[in-house]
Design a protein around this ligand. Structure first.
Ligand SMILES: [Zn+2]
Length: 166
């Protein structure tokens, strides 16, 4: 999925300011989250993917991983590496911003594996982010829990309105 640039000069006077709240409330991403949940409702298995940013094109991309199991996504690391290779072959230098996935049983918080995976990705990229990287657990239609590598984030966390810097 390719999305239009997120920086609207009329809404955000500061150039290149993208906030986490803007990102997760983007209709195209919400649609991607809802489609993942619909797939999960059908199969009973985890579905998800990632959000990447291409600074040169000022564009966000959402990509899906292959469907997982009931309580895990065993191929997510391979899928992630394949996706990065694909970007590389296209000559695109992207920044990993976020991962999203469903919890078929409706568990509304990230698992230990979720935190480890995100922590690993947060360490592997340099940058000055107010929140290292974002995780999104989809635990029902329209039901999302945000987390970073240390745990859940309150929807009212002020850092969600900070410009993401990279
Ligand atoms: Zn999970």
């Amino acid at each position: 999925m390719i999305l239009a640039p997120q920086t609207e000069p009329t809404q955000q006077p500061k150039q290149n300011c993208l906030t986490w709240n803007q990102l997760i409330n983007n209709p195209a991403f919400k649609e991607a989250f809802e489609i993942a949940w619909k797939d999960t409702a059908k199969s009973g298995k985890e579905n998800g993917g990632w959000i990447f940013y291409d600074p040169k094109a000022n564009t966000l991309y959402s990509h899906r991983a292959s469907e997982g199991e009931r309580r895990s996504m065993p191929r997510i690391e391979d899928d992630y590496r394949n996706q990065l290779s694909q970007f590389q072959r296209n000559g695109q230098a992207v920044v990993f911003f976020a991962m999203f996935h469903t919890h078929p049983g409706g568990t509304p918080y990230p698992s230990g594996d979720d935190l480890t995976w995100l922590g690993d990705k947060s360490k592997s990229q340099t940058g000055n982010l107010p929140i290292s990287k974002l995780g999104i657990v989809i635990h029902g239609p329209g039901k999302y829990t945000l987390f970073h590598q240390y745990g859940e984030l309150s929807p009212t966390d002020r850092r969600l309105n900070d410009c993401i810097q990279w």
